[in-house]
Design a protein around this ligand. Structure first.
Ligand code: ADP
Ligand code: 5GP
Length: 203
C-alpha cells in the first residue's frame, strides 16, 4: 500500500522520476547531477536497507529500522513506497511537496512500483527510464560494484528483467552509455519540462 496525493498543476509539472534496473547507474547519475546541478532538488528516501560503505545518512538515504518505516507509512508521511530485494524504500512526502510548491525542479530516483504510483497520482510527472547498453553490461556493472553478495545480485538481476520489460511505460528512455552524456540529456529533459510549466503559485 502507499499513499500519494496529487498536487497542483504547477507542482506536478516540475516532478521528474528516474527509474531503471539495479546496477544500471542511477546513483552514479544522480550523484553527478547533485554536484553539477544543485538547483535540481533530489529527494532523500527512507529505507530499511543498511548503508553501503561510503553512503552518508541524510545525503544518500535516511536509514531506519522496520518499526520506524511502519510508523512513517501509518502516519501517511510517504508519498510512495515499495519493497525492493528484501528492503523497503519510500519518498518522504513533506519535503517534496514543499519544493514543488516553491516551483523548484524535483527529482525522485525510485524503482518501478514507486514510479507507477507516481504515474497514477501525478500523470503530468516526467518518467525517465535509465537503460543499460546491454544485459551483459548491466550484469557486469551490478557485480563489479562489489557491494552485494551473490544471492542479492541474483535477486536484483531477476528483478532487473521485470524492470527492463516495463521501459515502454516511461515517457523517455535514456541509455546509460556515458554518465556525462546521460546527465546532460536528463538536465535538458528537466529544463524542457520547466519551460512548459506554469509559474509557481504565490505563497
Ligand atoms: P544503480 O544506482 O542503478 O543501482 P550504480 O550507480 O550503483 O547503479 O552503478 C552500478 C555500477 O556501474 C557502479 O560501479 C558504477 O560506477 C558503474 N557505472 C554507472 N554508470 C556507468 C557508465 N555509464 N559506464 C560505466 N560504468 C558505470
Ligand atoms: P539501492 O538499494 O540499490 O540503493 O536501491 C534499490 C532500488 O530502490 C533502486 O531501484 C532505487 O531506485 C529504489 N529506491 C530508492 N529510493 C526509493 C524510494 O523512495 N521509493 C521507491 N519506490 N524506490 C526507491
Amino acid at each position: 500500500m502507499s499513499q500519494l496525493h496529487p498536487g497542483t498543476a504547477a507542482e506536478r509539472s516540475r516532478l521528474t522520476v528516474l527509474s531503471g534496473p539495479s546496477g544500471v547507474g542511477k546513483s552514479t547519475v544522480v550523484a553527478r547531477l547533485r554536484a553539477t546541478h544543485p538547483e535540481i532538488w533530489q529527494s532523500v528516501s527512507l529505507t530499511t536497507r543498511r548503508p553501503r560503505p561510503g553512503e552518508v545518512a541524510g545525503l544518500h538515504y535516511l536509514f531506519c529500522d522496520d518499526d520506524a518505516f511502519d510508523e512513517a507509512v501509518a502516519a501517511g508521511e510517504l508519498l510512495e513506497w515499495a519493497e525492493f530485494a528484501g528492503h523497503r524504500y519510500g519518498t518522504p512526502r513533506a519535503p517534496v511537496l514543499e519544493r514543488l510548491g516553491r516551483g523548484d525542479p524535483v527529482l525522485l530516483e525510485i524503482e518501478l512500483e514507486g514510479a507507477r504510483q507516481v504515474r497514477r497520482a501525478m500523470p503530468d510527472a516526467l518518467l525517465v527510464f535509465l537503460a543499460p547498453p546491454s544485459w551483459e553490461v548491466l550484469a557486469r556493472r551490478l557485480t563489479g560494484r562489489g557491494t552485494e553478495d551473490e544471492v542479492v545480485i541474483a535477486r536484483r538481476l531477476a528483478r532487473a528483467r521485470i524492470e527492463l520489460a516495463a521501459a515502454p511505460e516511461f515517457d523517455v528512455t535514456l541509455e546509460n552509455d556515458d554518465v556525462h552524456d546521460v546527465c546532460e540529456r536528463l538536465v535538458a529533459l528537466i529544463r524542457s519540462d520547466e519551460d512548459s510549466a506554469p509559474p509557481p503559485p504565490d505563497l
